[in-house]
Design a binder for this molecule. Structure first.
Ligand code: ZN
Length: 85
């Protein structure tokens, strides 16, 4: 168990020093670049999670979002009513 702990902290350190990871708290998603992050903020996935968070709901993972999206009409998404779906 101690070994595992050591390994994860080493991994965290190397991530922090070698590459800056951008992270979206709403979607629990990380992006590799500023540009990717900007694209993410514009994405339906992010906007959907944002509206969930403001409604005090837990954000969805991307897979859950896609699954939900397939079950809902585009109309509901455009109106951003997360409670409908
Ligand atoms: Zn996001």
């Amino acid at each position: 168990m101690d070994n595992l702990k050591l390994n994860t902290s080493q991994l965290d350190n190397s991530l922090n020093t070698s590459k800056k990871i951008l992270y979206c708290n709403h979607c629990m998603a990380d992006c590799e670049s500023q540009e990717q992050m900007r694209e993410h903020y514009k994405s339906e996935f992010h906007k959907y999670n944002l509206s969930r968070v403001t409604s005090n709901l837990n954000p969805l993972s991307y897979e859950d979002f896609m699954r939900k999206k397939n079950h809902c009409t585009i109309k509901y998404f455009n109106e951003s009513l997360p409670n409908v779906c």
